[in-house]
Design a protein around this ligand. Structure first.
Ligand SMILES: O=P(O)(O)OC[C@@]1(O)O[C@H](CO)[C@@H](O)[C@@H]1O
Length: 391
């Protein structure tokens, strides 16, 4: 790791902060949303009530003795047990909240609710929206564009798809990106240059949200494979439901089926993706560390080796960005390249800005954003996005 002085780790105990708002507002709202989405029984209602009370003013409890991943969570941060949710590092407390929510709804326990994704109704609803129809129809228009336009459109589609995360929507104002959307950094030329046609590259894509974001990601992946910019793509998803809409293998399946449905260019892409999964050019992986409450600097050797065996890694979304550069209050001009030197391949981040963490922007960009938006709202509003590369 380079010499950049470390910025403070983000905690949820700072009044008025984004992190505190997530713990105090977003999580309770999410519990109620999940509760309303399923005909859960009394046991689950009691557990959800308990979680609601606990996150507000209780202390963090360890997982039950029977939990299959108790040891793992002990290793990932048993020092936070017995403390307030607000005093633990934000990344840790948020991740653990999702783990506890799964316990409350019986996701891991043997029984009828085992394996029922509490976020599935929201993910599915998104795949059925008119906006999704419109996006798939737009793939036809892209097919007749020049190659450069098509590549720009596919990359921006995957980028802005990240605004659609369902956790963000629990508390965000407004739904769709507005006209004021803009890129605060754009290294997309470096991304394409790293993947020349016929270069036999293997690309790792660390996915973020299911639904529209994943559809756009898969269309980008299809393009990389179909145009010889990659010979193989490994898509990393989550092994269990996480951060509301994070993609799992089931969501990849839903998206591929959705793509193949409507006909036209999207369906052709869906057919190619299906075939690529069949012959191993597109591989889906779900490593347990994908749901770890830790930065990627702590990734285990086996996962590091998986990434190291590839040509380039693309990390999607806000949470992956936090884990990539560290969940800290960086000065926005902190070097992205320095923060990511530890990553075993060249790395590209595609994210919309929905939390306090930001690195790698020019001083003039920071100054313009600070001047335009009081209280640095640009960091969290989802109205801005970036493509950052370290080659
Ligand atoms: O990773 P994603 O889906 O782009 O965003 C996740 C998110 O909505 O959740 C976190 C706060 O709860 C932030 O990192 C971000 O706002």
């Amino acid at each position: 790791m380079p010499d950049t002085p470390l910025a403070p780790v983000i905690h949820g105990n700072v009044p008025g902060s984004f992190a505190r708002n997530v713990l105090a507002e977003r999580h309770p709202a999410l519990i109620e949303k999940v509760r309303a989405a399923f005909p859960y029984g009394p046991e689950q209602h009691r557990a959800l009530d308990a979680l609601l009370r606990n996150t507000a003013d209780g202390v963090i409890e360890p997982l039950g003795e029977e939990a299959h991943d108790r040891e793992r969570w002990d290793a990932w941060g048993s020092e936070w047990f017995g403390r307030s949710w607000f005093d633990a590092p934000f990344l840790w407390s948020e991740s653990y909240f999702y783990r506890q929510l799964l316990d409350a709804v019986g996701y891991f326990a043997p029984g009828p609710w085992q394996g029922i994704d509490p976020f599935r109704p929201f993910k599915q609803a998104e795949l059925a929206t008119p906006e999704t129809d419109a996006e798939l129809a737009a793939v036809d228009r892209l097919a007749s564009a020049t190659l450069a336009e098509r590549e720009r459109g596919l990359l921006l589609g995957a980028l802005w798809g990240n605004r659609a995360d369902l956790g963000f929507r629990v508390t965000a104002d407004g739904d769709e990106p507005g006209a004021d959307t803009q890129l605060v950094a754009d290294d997309s030329d470096a991304f394409w240059a790293a993947l020349p046609q016929g270069g036999e590259a293997t690309v790792s894509l660390v996915a973020d949200n299911a639904g529209r974001e994943l559809l756009a990601d898969l269309l980008l992946v299809d393009h990389l494979l179909a145009h010889g910019r990659a010979a193989r793509v490994i898509v990393q998803v989550k092994p269990y439901p996480y951060y509301v809409s994070d993609a799992m293998t089931a969501d990849v399946v839903d998206c591929v089926r959705r793509l193949t449905g409507p006909g036209g260019a999207a369906a052709e892409a869906g057919g190619r993706i299906w075939a690529a999964m069949g012959d191993g050019r597109l591989v889906v992986r779900a490593h347990p560390f994908s749901c770890a409450p830790l930065p990627y600097t702590d990734m285990p050797d086996d996962l590091r080796a998986e990434f190291a065996a590839t040509t380039l890694t693309v990390l999607k979304g806000d949470l992956n960005y936090r884990r990539l550069v560290g969940d800290r209050l960086w000065e926005p001009t902190t070097s992205f390249a320095e923060r990511t030197t530890y990553w075993p391949t060249p790395v590209v981040a595609l994210r919309t800005l929905k939390c306090d963490v930001i690195t790698g922007i020019a001083p003039s960009t920071r100054d313009a954003l600070d001047a335009a938006e009081p209280h640095q709202k640009w960091r969290v509003s989802g109205a801005h996005a970036l493509v950052q590369a370290r080659m």
